[in-house]
Design a protein around this ligand. Structure first.
Ligand code: PEP
Ligand code: MG
Length: 580
């Protein structure tokens, strides 16, 4: 049994068969083959070696023709290694004697060779390891013949173990069969993490390398309540986790019964709990749990899986589904927040050294006015179907907000001229997720109808910690005192101006922080739909006075780790069944 620690990004426990994707996106299949399949598997290996050999010959000839034979010689060396008899015998022996699959045998053998080269003092020789990996990749490609697309053609339940998954790859995972996932890289605030929460499957990121220790079909446990991945679990551990999964189900059923009860504190303060969604179908996840509305609709996900630009009608259909489903409850549609880790078919900006500081979000929309206008038209058109509100992301200067509002006014004028109906008084809001916006918040509130606090980015930009990087994940803290002061400034300024304020970062859906947030003054939380029942349960179990005393104490603390321990203890005292 081997236990790995990672960063839990979507809670729950899952037990099942592993589907392993290596860092090239190849699926690593089952390690062992049936005894009577050896001959067929050896034939498959021969075909793959032959095909890889022909491919290398073609590359060698083409490079020699264009650049001269000394460059073609690089490929001759690859060819020599690929056709080396000793190497081939080693691979075949593993298939014949240990019944390893050819893919696994190739991987085992070539990685052993690569390790020997890597250990050499001579750096020139050490570089040969790269050639060995290159040959391995080529052989695997011929053996497997298919890549990630396979993830969308599953036929049985699996837990996906991958080096990395982009937000759009995660979004296309087949929810019927994918019961959880683990990635070697990735940080706590990445959009991959957010999509996992939306899918409501247990997920862990940032474990560091482990894929070589596991093969397809192995039984694996994902304990995303504690950030642990358990490889080769023993019987006792499996039994314990089966019990835990059952406890989860029972608690979820119990919480479900609160659906139609208001989120009202013991002393009668009403809290509004909205849902965050990425896709229109998630709207039912919100209404099923009694959400007061949609507090954040991340519309950029419409672009992530798309091969061509979504038309105005595509936008309109998606938004109208959501708005109609919500009836008279508010729907906050956020304009595109593309860029950084949410890249689409749009050409990548040339300078990508610091994508989160680059052409992202509202900046990208303001540089692509035709694209922005299409979206604004669609939002305005659905504004007559319900209580639609529009929100601009990543605003960092007053000028930027004014520009966005000007484009909106311009699009309104166009619709007017064309006689197309829309709600002229639709509420306009902004996200506060850049420290500059917090510092200028007293000015911003004069120009918007509402504000939504995006802690995912606010933490990243305040603490200078990439939200998607596992190596600095320990520094990414929602309750860092600097972050809490930023939040407090926003609460004070919006309160003074009587501008409604919602918290929509992931922190709002984490039960550990609910009492603190209520104590600080929040009465509107927009959370991942799966978290609605738990957050509601806490609201109904506490009095504001108690929360205020907690927040007063927290504001005197200097250390995020101690703050979190303190908040967990307070939660345990008040709602023990939700404390982890
Ligand atoms: C945020 O930054 O907190 C937020 C809600 O937006 P996103 O996670 O989509 O960047
Ligand atoms: Mg954000």
């Amino acid at each position: 049994m081997q236990i790995l620690q990672g960063i839990a990004v979507s809670p729950g426990v899952a037990i099942g068969e592993a589907l392993v994707m290596d860092n090239e996106g190849f699926r690593i299949p089952r390690r062992i083959i049936a005894r009577d399949a050896v001959d067929d598997e050896l034939a498959r290996l021969t075909q793959a070696i032959d095909a890889a050999g022909r491919e290398i010959e073609r590359n060698r000839d083409s490079v020699s023709r264009q650049l001269g034979s000394q460059y073609g010689a690089i490929f001759s060396a690859h060819l020599q290694m690929l056709r080396d008899e000793q190497l081939r015998n080693e691979i075949e022996d593993l298939v014949r004697q240990r019944h390893y699959s050819p893919e696994y045998a190739v991987s085992r053998t070539l990685r052993r060779y690569a390790k020997v080269f890597q250990s050499l003092e001579n750096s020139h020789m050490a570089e040969r390891a790269t050639d060995v990996f290159d040959i391995e990749k080529r052989l695997q490609r011929h053996l497997l013949g298919h890549r990630r697309e396979e993830l969308t053609h599953l036929t049985s339940a699996v837990l996906v173990l991958a080096h990395n998954l982009t937000p759009s790859e995660t979004a296309t995972l087949d929810r019927t069969f994918v019961k959880g996932f683990v990635t070697e890289v990735g940080g706590p605030g990445s959009h991959t993490a957010i999509v996992a929460e939306g899918m409501e499957i247990p997920a862990i990121v940032g474990t560091g390398p482990f894929l070589t220790d596991v093969s397809g079909g192995d039984l694996v446990i994902i304990d995303a309540d504690h950030g642990q991945v358990i490889l080769e679990p023993d019987e006792e551990t499996i039994a314990r986790y089966r019990h835990e999964a059952e406890v989860h189900r029972t608690l979820a059923l119990k919480l479900e019964s609160m659906r139609d009860l208001p989120a009202e504190t013991l002393d009668g303060q009403r809290v509004r709990i909205y849902g965050n969604i990425e896709f229109p179908h998630e709207v039912s996840h919100c209404t099923d749990r009694g959400a007061d509305g949609i507090g954040l609709y991340r519309t950029e996900f419409l672009y992530l899986g798309a091969k061509v630009e979504p038309t105005e009608e595509v936008h309109f259909d998606a938004y109208s589904n959501v708005v109609k489903h919500m009836g008279d409850r508010p729907v906050v549609i956020r304009t595109l927040d593309l860029g950084a880790d949410k890249m689409s078919y749009l050409p990548e900006p040339e300078d990508q050294r610091n994508p989160v500081l680059g052409l992202r979000s509202i900046r990208l929309s303001l540089r692509n006015l035709p694209l922005f206008r299409i979206q604004l038209r669609a939002i305005l058109r659905v504004s007559v179907l319900g209580d639609v509100r529009i929100m601009f992301p990543l605003i960092s200067t007053l000028i930027e907000l004014r520009q966005a509002k000007m484009v909106l006014a311009d699009v309104m004028e166009d619709l007017d001229e064309q006689g197309i109906e829309f709600n002229r008084d639709l509420q306009i809001g902004m996200m506060v997720e850049v420290p500059a916006a917090v510092m200028m918040i007293d000015r911003f509130v004069e120009e918007v109808d509402f504000v939504s606090l995006g802690t995912n980015d606010l933490i990243q930009y305040t603490l200078a910690v990439d939200r998607g990087n596992k190596d600095v994940a320990g520094l990414y803290n929602s309750v860092d005192p600097a972050v809490l002061r930023m939040i407090d400034m926003t609460i004070q300024a919006t309160g003074a101006a009587q501008t409604p304020l919602t918290l929509c970062g992931q922190m709002s859906g984490n039960p550990t922080y609910t009492m603190l947030l209520l104590g600080m003054g929040f009465r509107r939380l927009s959370v991942t739909p799966g978290a609605i029942p738990e957050i509601k349960k806490i609201c109904r179990s506490v009095a504001i006075e108690q929360c205020e005393s907690i927040s007063r104490h927290v504001m005197t603390m200097e250390n995020a780790r101690e703050t979190r321990v303190y908040l967990k203890e307070e939660l345990k005292k008040t709602v023990p069944e939700l404390a982890t």
